[in-house]
Design a protein around this ligand. Structure first.
Ligand code: UD1
Length: 416
């Protein structure tokens, strides 16, 4: 298994380009199932989660063609097997996103239940509840969600804000008969990016980005061309890495417009930030100030940036309280950060972090995607050598991370 070896203590300096958003690309790849005409995508990130999704679509009969460095053409005309098997779903929960489109276009789908993951139980009851409200017959048998039926528009109020739940229901509704209203919808920018792609394919959607999305079903969707939005979490992660090391970076092919709260917190921490149309520049102070935060659905502070802010608080001046409200078990990085000398106390879903003047390198283990990112940030800020084990988590969500960090002057090496 690959490991990452970091020689810490060097401020990050320079310019790096941000990739397309994983969490926008995954549902948009599934949107290709909704049409018999090809969907052409640009700015698709090279990530293991994307390869997993492409393998899943290909075994269903979707033809995938590469189009330049980061483009893809997906053609689901010859789809013959509307099944998502356990072996593929277990490695990536987002596979559940094929359920809504398959049911909408073919009237049937068989998708393995994703089960839990390291950060929490993560059920899909809201996806199922919404599809049932649209008239689907759904049984759960031998670990599979087996769905069939012709979908009709419905009013759906989800019990909590769910990102992939909203996306699944939106994709189901675009081909349903009549109007669907999703209330308590997720407002994440990735939901808007998916809605933009679906609209380019001929869907009639209004309200994406607000908590009420209206979809007027159409007979069929056409092909389209769409460019995936920049990854706001990758952007935030590199900003934190620069902040933690006292560096100065310019991130291109991205935008601060989806990162308001994250940028505000970095300003509170003492960083200077200039935003350009397609770039962000960050200059870190000598020593950061601690910043408290509470995660919540967009537009509040993203749970996917919680671990990275825990890492920067480990080297900041003062104490901060971090409150996680989305996932029940998302502090696994804390014990690993403590191995580097961090002072963190966990009490249920609160973490109290007291900054230390310095961290010292050690061997640590990555436990999930964003936890791994926090260990990279802490390793870059620490004195000496940090070895991060199980970095396959990082490869799920960060494109060529060691190459991008090296371009910013970090000493980072992948060890096989
Ligand atoms: C998505 C993101 C993930 C991010 C998360 C929260 C993708 C591919 N992944 O995950 O990176 O951390 O949003 O911003 O976009 N829940 C239920 N029942 C359901 C659905 C959700 O109880 O049917 C609960 C979950 O357990 C969790 C909360 O709702 O506690 C929010 O989860 P959700 O927004 O659905 O997360 P994902 O869409 O899986």
């Amino acid at each position: 298994m690959d490991k990452l070896l970091i020689q810490g203590g060097t401020p990050l300096k320079g310019e790096v380009a941000i990739s397309g958003a994983k969490n926008a690309a995954l549902p948009i790849l599934c949107a290709s199932l909704l049409s018999a005409e090809p969907l052409t995508l640009a700015n698709v990130p090279h990530l293991n989660d994307i390869s997993t999704m492409l393998r899943l679509l290909a075994q269903m009969g979707v033809e995938v063609t590469l189009d330049g460095a980061d483009g893809l053409v997906l053609d689901s005309r010859a789809l013959h097997n509307p099944v998502a098997p356990y072996d593929m779903v277990k490695t990536m929960r987002a596979s559940i996103l094929v359920l809504g489109p398959l049911l909408a276009r073919f009237g049937e789908a068989k998708v393995s239940l994703p089960g839990g993951c390291a950060i929490g139980a993560r059920p899909v009851d809201q996806h199922i509840k919404g599809l049932r409200a649209m008239g689907a017959e759904i049984r759960v048998e031998e670990g599979y969600v087996i769905a069939r039926g012709k979908l009709k528009g419905a009013r759906i109020v989800t019990d909590m804000v769910t990102v992939t739940g909203t996306e699944n229901l939106m994709m189901a509704a675009v081909l349903a008969e009549g109007e669907t209203v999703i209330e308590n919808a997720a407002r994440e920018p990735e939901v808007v990016d998916l809605a933009n792609c679906l609209s380019a394919m001929g869907a009639r959607i209004s309200g994406a980005g607000s908590d009420v999305i209206r979809i007027h079903g159409v007979e069929r969707l056409s092909g389209a061309t769409h460019s995936i939005m920049p990854d706001r979490i990758e952007t935030g992660t590199y900003l934190c890495a620069a902040a933690a090391t006292g560096g100065q970076v310019r991130l291109t092919r991205t935008s601060s417009s989806y990162l308001d709260v994250v940028v505000d917190k970095l300003l509170d921490a003492g960083c200077e930030i200039d935003t350009e149309r397609d770039a962000i520049v960050l200059r870190a102070p000598q020593r950061l100030k601690a910043v408290s935060l509470r995660t919540a659905p967009y537009p509040a502070f993203p749970t996917d940036m919680q671990a990275q802010f825990m890492a920067i608080n480990c080297v900041a001046e003062g104490s901060a309280v971090i409150r996680e409200t989305i996932f029940e078990n998302r502090f696994m990085h804390a014990v690993e950060l403590i191995r580097l000398g961090a002072d963190i106390r966990i009490d249920a879903n609160n973490a109290v972090v007291t900054g230390a003047p310095r961290l010292n390198g050690a061997t640590v283990m990555a436990t999930d995607l964003r936890a791994s990112a926090s260990l990279v940030i802490a390793g870059l800020a620490a004195q000496g050598e940090t070895l991060i084990e199980r970095i396959y988590h990082l490869d799920r969500g960060y494109e060529r991370i060691e190459e991008k960090l090296s371009r910013l002057g970090a000493s980072v090496r992948r060890v096989h």
